[in-house]
Design a protein around this ligand. Sequence first.
Ligand code: ADP
Ligand code: MG
Length: 395
Amino acid sequence: MGLRAESAEPGEERVTTADTFREVYGTGPEGVWAAPGRVNLIGEHTDYNDGFVMPFALPHTTVAAVSRRTDGRLRLHSANVDGGTVELFLDELSADDPAEGWAAYPAGVLWVLREAGHVITGADIHFESTVPTGAGLSSSAALEVVTALAMNDLYGLGLEPWRLARLCQRAENVYVGAPTGIMDQTASACCTAGHALHLDTRDLSQRQIPFDLAAQGLRLLVVDTRVKHSHSEGEYGKRRAGCEAAAAALEVDALRDVPYEGLDTTLERLDDEELVRLARHVVTEDHRVEQVVRLAEDGDFRAIGPVLTAGHASLRDDFRVSCPELDLVVSAANDSGALGSRMTGGGFGGSAIVLVEDAAADKVTDAVIAAFATAGFVPPRVFSAVPSEGARRLA
Ligand code: ADP
Ligand code: MG
């Protein structure tokens, strides 16, 4: 399956989505919706520990042109995939036998909505996306959330954005079979322009934190390393299990309940060095989220840089989910004048973020690209990310 996401620029896809729907299905769509990818500023591997995260929505979106059907069929087409239209029957959707390939994500959303008792009688959908896939920027969540929002509007389901996110997470966990926390879908569904979303993944309470970097003369670069190391999924499962074991050994519901104060003393109760490292990352990372929230609220944006870099060191040394490409982004960026940087997303490839002064952005970008060339790595893709709007109806 060939996946393309890099051709169009954010915004361009909207112009063509409805037209392509007409070409694929013969008539125009009833509506057009968009849901963004996200970048996580801070709070990595905390969302399955009941902890805190702080993502913001990218300008890159997955757009869906959609019409209802009454015959129980679901037809799916994506401009980013070679291979034509996938046709499924809603009554036959089953988590025991999920649709193959990319269609599992939107099919999983229809499955989960119907499982929750909502009446949906079919749909034709055409997708078009500028969210890089497999880059740790949550193209999967964008695909799910745009599908869920379109169904919510067309079938009048009346579900709030956070509830759609929950259902999409269940679709990805149970139907697609990918263990993910609640951050990605919530970010895509609930973020607002100009803000980062402070999310408590235990009770799902949210705060929109003003995060207008441009007004501060700052920029956040996203560096997509274009690598995804194949062992990432197994390693994710191991980290999750290790975190649960550490919580059990410390007799708390989740690592989120371990206080930051006195952490070293608390960790002496663990006799397994691996569990000590995992727990130390999660507890210090939750603390870093709180630090970043406070700095953003105080308008002290430059001081966020070192917190990002400390987060990277923790992911690299304690949680051990980094890789040579991500470490190279961080060292090359910081050595060439960035305020701070870190890997973002699950790790083992994907993307890193770099906080820079506007004036230094080109120099830092060039330094990262040169360092990759010297190391013989695939050239990275670098773009700047402005906190953008969450999922919405376009037409
Ligand atoms: P990420 O969410 O970090 O981009 P994932 O592996 O979770 O990475 O999800 C990527 C997968 O989602 C792709 O391999 C593909 O199956 C599916 N996908 C995402 N966007 C699209 C799209 N626009 N069209 C078709 N499939 C897509
Ligand atoms: Mg994903």
